[in-house]
Design a protein around this ligand. Structure first.
Ligand code: ARG
Length: 464
């Protein structure tokens, strides 16, 4: 009977009298997606073995054998020669089995004082930490690219919108800095999440800890963790750190999707504010004139899957009794896909920002339509002593007259304007220009070119 047991059952073979079916084997295996944890699994195993040796639980010889075997496995994986077996269920058992093939009993001793439960929790934390560090670099690259763009356009005027209606003139530089702020908060959020990711589960073993005299602090130090997880049940079962990572990722993608949406609108020939370099666009198989902003559209679309993964993981965790349950094996694919999607998207957006051509004339023409300086006229009247509500009313009447006559406020004669308020004088025309309007918003956070320049300098100093 034992001879007929599948290899998968070897890890716990004595307890079982029949092999699992092929379907169950495939259903329960994770090796085809968790094999990408291999580098972290090996790193964790080596740190564990080092500690076992230092504590006198493993001999020098066993430790040396494990190191040698792991080095061999690493190179087999790197060379694509490692044979991943479904029969061995997951990355952990595949590596342990190969180690035992290579070095014998030392391989079998590696799992002393450890369980796959604390092992996998450690691997995932190492994986998420490395994803956070990659994302940190990419968020910086993206912000630097946006700062460069903003710097070229501190004085380029465009219409600012609310409700997609022309609201007030702003500068394109100021608009880019709004995204820089969002991505700065995203970077902060990732760093904050990292603090809770960077704790060591190993030592929790299956759920209750281990009877061996382990040194968890040593393993934490070797793996660069800030601390150990302080409760063994919690250490093996909760995936809140991964959920937090997915939440921070969902916000990144949500910010990306807002920017993507604007790029798509701005590139529409009806708007024509920008052009995006050809390498980020594609044509149509039927309409020869088309140049489609595929990259921003896809990024907007991919936001859906990342947001979905967040809900998926929350739902995976919801209602799980302590401690480890196999449900948690389902954390990996959404987690990997989240990190892959965010990393690819950030990389491509940082590159694409450098490939945006701004068309200042089109932006200016749009800002001149829609009475973007109406608020400036109201503020002007307030400064001459009129209460704001009355000023608002006077300007509303003036705008209405402009709509009837098909002209802009700045195109009205002084006499015509004075019909709405006798407080209006010749100096009003400076206020009604786009340049006057943006320059007047001259305080921290305002759109005045002077403020935009100092905001750029502030963020640049922070990034350098
Ligand atoms: N492949 C498993 C996972 O990803 C590893 C831990 C399995 N532990 C267990 N007792 N079945 O969660």
């Amino acid at each position: 009977m034992t001879a007929q047991l599948s290899k998968k059952n070897e890890a716990w073979s004595a307890r079982f009298s029949e092999p699992v079916s092929e379907l169950v084997k495939r259903y329960t295996a994770s090796v085809f997606f968790d094999k990408r944890l291999a580098p972290f699994d090996i790193e964790g195993s080596l740190a564990h073995a080092d500690m076992l040796n230092a504590q006198g639980i493993l001999t020098e010889q066993d430790y040396a054998d494990i190191q040698r075997g792991m080095a061999q496995i690493q190179s087999e994986i790197a060379a694509g020669q490692f044979e991943w077996l479904l029969d061995l269920e997951d990355v952990h058992l595949n590596i342990e089995k190969r180690l035992t093939e290579l070095v014998g009993d030392a391989g079998k001793r590696l799992h002393t004082g450890r369980s796959r439960n604390d092992q996998v929790a450690t691997d995932i934390r190492l994986y998420v930490r490395s994803a956070i560090d990659n994302i940190g670099v990419l968020l910086r690259d993206l912000r630097l690219a946006l700062l460069n763009l903003a710097e070229q356009h501190t004085d380029t005027i465009m219409p600012g919108f609310t409700h997609m209606q022309v609201a007030q003139p702003i500068t394109f530089g100021h608009h880019m800095l709004a995204y820089v702020e969002m991505f700065s908060r995203d970077a902060e959020r990732m760093q904050d999440c990292r603090k809770r990711v960077n704790r060591l589960p190993l030592g929790a073993a299956a759920l209750a800890g281990t009877t061996f005299p382990i040194d968890r602090e040593r393993v934490a130090r070797t793996l660069g963790f800030d601390d150990v997880c302080h409760n063994s049940l919690d250490a093996v079962s909760d995936r809140d750190f991964a959920i937090e990572f997915c939440a921070a990722s969902a916000l990144i993608m949500t910010h990306i999707s807002r920017m993507a949406e604007e790029l798509v609108i701005w590139m529409s020939p009806r708007v024509g504010f920008i052009d995006i370099a050809d390498r980020f666009c594609t044509g149509s198989s039927i309409m020869p004139q088309k140049k489609n902003p595929d990259v921003p559209e896809l990024a907007r679309g991919k936001t859906g899957r990342v947001n979905g993964h967040l809900i998926g993981l929350l739902t995976l965790m919801k209602g799980q009794p302590l401690a480890y349950n196999k449900d948690n094996q389902e954390d990996k694919e959404p987690l990997f896909d989240t990190a892959d999607t965010v990393i690819d998207t950030l990389r491509i957006f940082a590159d694409m920002a450098g490939g945006i051509t701004v068309k200042p004339e089109a932006m200016r023409a749009a800002a001149l339509q829609g009475y973007a300086t109406a608020t400036d006229l109201a503020d002007y009247l307030v400064k001459k002593g009129l209460p704001f509500r009355d000023a608002h009313e006077a300007v509303a009447r003036a705008v209405r007259a402009c709509v009837d006559q098909g002209c802009d406020l700045s195109e009205m004669s002084l006499d015509a304007l004075r019909a709405f308020s006798i407080l209006i004088e010749q100096d009003v025309f400076h206020v009604l220009t786009l340049e006057g309007s943006v320059a007047a918003r001259d305080h921290v956070g305002g759109t005045a070119p002077r403020q935009v320049r100092s905001a750029i300098a502030r963020v640049r100093a922070m990034l350098e």
